[in-house]
Design a protein around this ligand. Structure first.
Ligand SMILES: [Zn+2]
Length: 69
């Protein structure tokens, strides 16, 4: 069974596993787009699933999608 994510556990994950910051303050489900602030200062939107499972943890300037690993 999947871990039940809350906005607090997501925030913690983001802070521990990336240089980005979570701006969204309410989590409504895995398909929701969350707002992040990249280390470079740009903000970007991404679902937590992509952020976590596809390692898309920076804005598209710092990590262009085609180069995402
Ligand atoms: Zn960036």
């Amino acid at each position: 069974m999947n871990k039940q994510w809350t906005i607090d556990s997501i925030k913690e994950f983001v802070e521990k596993n990336s240089d980005s910051k979570l701006l969204t303050t309410e989590y409504r489900g895995f398909s929701q787009k969350l707002q992040f602030e990249c280390a470079c200062g740009n903000t970007f939107e991404k679902s937590f699933t992509k952020f976590k499972n596809k390692n898309q943890r920076k804005c598209e300037v710092c990590q262009p999608l085609k180069e995402a690993f």
